[in-house]
Design a protein around this ligand. Structure first.
Ligand SMILES: [Zn+2]
Length: 270
């Protein structure tokens, strides 16, 4: 909780002081687009989620993943994505998104359909009682509203796998999902946001158009960059927290997360 408040305060300061200057200086300003990602939508969080989606419709322009413009200057674009394809998200978030005509993307772990999330490292997490939606439930979503993407087959930490295994997860999930859902799968989001340069090469080799991470990144980086960061949101986020996230004001966390990651990597080699 304390950490959450500290992050919120830094983001508020960023919104007031740094971002206006950054916006002014940035040439990508007119093509800025924030990508948000949700996971599970636990019972009791429906009202919070509805408030957040109402805000997105009012304060921003939600566009589908892969939106290539035209970008109107000074309009705030936002892309909603959902990782893990949990039943709770398909049952609670999807109807709310459809009601508001907000396009969205769902990233599916191809080998886990209809099953509990065996990849959770902390079994105490609330998602532990959730399960991945079935192929039928995903096929029932109106196709014009959703972009499906791969979240690999078994939701591994890709950098920990041998190259052939990683290739199977990246390429194989694309083929499996295309067969199951009858759609082109052009996007992938990395499980745990974890990837290495080798995994990026494998994604290019597999023909993905773009891959998404869970790393924060400046709101002003080009929306069509091959590996694109996103901002994690929860239906239980405080409204002020959600507004700052949706405005890109958590972007200051990008270098902080990168530093934390390299620190962890250094430690894991010793
Ligand atoms: Zn995931």
């Amino acid at each position: 909780m304390v950490l959450r408040i500290v992050k919120l305060l830094i983001s508020a300061a960023y919104a007031l002081a740094v971002q206006p200057l950054y916006r002014h200086l940035s040439r990508c300003r007119d093509r800025s687009c924030i990508l948000l990602y949700y996971h599970a939508v636990p019972p009791g969080t429906e009202a919070g989620l509805a408030r957040q989606l109402d805000y997105l419709v009012k304060a921003a322009t939600p566009v589908p993943l892969g939106f290539g413009g035209p970008f109107v200057p000074k309009v705030r674009y936002v892309i909603v994505t959902i990782d893990d394809a949990f039943r709770s998200a398909v049952e609670r978030a999807v109807p709310e998104l459809l009601k508001r005509r907000i396009p969205f993307a769902v990233f599916v772990p191809a080998g886990g359909l209809g099953q509990p999330p065996g990849w959770l490292e902390d079994p105490g997490r609330r998602e532990a009682s959730d399960s991945v939606a079935t192929a039928e439930a995903l096929r029932a979503i109106p196709p014009e509203s959703v972009v499906f993407g791969s979240h690999t087959i078994s939701h591994p930490h890709l950098p920990r796998l041998a190259k052939d295994e990683a290739r199977r997860e990246i390429q194989g999930s694309r083929r499996q999902l295309e067969a199951l859902l009858g759609r082109d799968i052009l996007y992938l989001s990395f499980p745990f946001g974890d990837f290495s340069p080798r995994d990026l090469d494998l994604c290019r080799e597999a023909g993905y158009r773009q891959v998404l991470t869970s790393g924060y990144e400046p709101a002003f980086s080009p929306p069509d960059r091959f590996a694109k960061g996103r901002i994690g949101v929860n239906p239980s986020d405080w409204m002020i927290e959600f507004k700052l996230k949706a405005a890109g004001d958590y972007a200051w966390m990008a270098p902080v997360s990168a530093l934390k990651k390299s620190f962890k990597n250094v430690l894991s080699f010793h």
